[in-house]
Design a protein around this ligand. Sequence first.
Ligand code: ATP
Length: 297
Amino acid sequence: MIQITSPLNFLGSMYRDIRQALVDMDDMFDLLEQPAEVRDRPGAEPLEVTGGEIVFDRVEFGYDPERPILKGLSFRVAPGQTVAIVGSTGAGKSTIGRLIFRFYDVTGGAIRIDGQDLRDVAQESLHARIGVVPQDTVLFNDTIGYNIGYGRDGATQAEIEGAARAARIHDFIASLPQGYDTQVGERGLKLSGGEKQRVGIARTLLKDPPILLLDEATSALDTATEASIQEELRAMGRGRSVIVIAHRLSTVADADRIVVLEDGRLVEEGSHDALLARGGRYAELWSRQSLDEELAA
Ligand code: ATP
């Protein structure tokens, strides 16, 4: 019996491994919604990031040519600045993130990083220089050490631990009986939303990209964890250009600049205080959200 069931069990578990790996990859592509349609031009050069200036210059884009989503959108992220994109549901915030990663090409205008049109650069180099902390960090069915080290090929154990310390997850990992060798994911230890987020931060710290794209991530966390994660994200943003795709307003108040998007157009832009003083769309969104939060409390 053993001789018969063992290989079957083995095949069964191999099948599950493969299926799970595919599910993981699927999640990741879902998350980033990668259509893989964009091709490099022949002889495309690698992106050279000097300061990290990001410019949207009258960008036009629609997933479907019949239905424009971004309608002549212009804004600039100066080197080292944090710019938050806010706006109501469907305004086009996540689309901006996908375009910076060049999952799609713009249909009009241009996006430039340090003067280079994204359509002219090799995608691989673009992906290497932009760090993304997504809403929900995907964990591989592997050790927690592997999951952090994934941020950079060939990272040493000391570097992995350094990144985990900076993301304030090292102490938690060290307290586990198997430490960095603890299996996580579907069949291993389940991490909380905040722990997963910290793994994502540690991964990105290892990658050390000059440009960061944060898909605001904290909606599923309790207030204390959220505040602490925000601190880690802020620390990670120092010395880098950061675009925050913000689905909630409470976390963007200290961005250098806030871009308010409405129906694919920029309707207001400025600091939190300036926008509140202006009493326009942002002030309206802010008071509505504050009211929602009060009601929820
Ligand atoms: P939310 O805050 O609700 O996430 P958002 O501002 O991030 O909204 P986007 O995700 O950028 O909005 O979507 C902008 C518009 O583009 C929406 O009307 C959406 O239906 C459409 N859209 C998004 N992704 C696709 C896609 N892959 N194919 C076709 N249309 C899409």
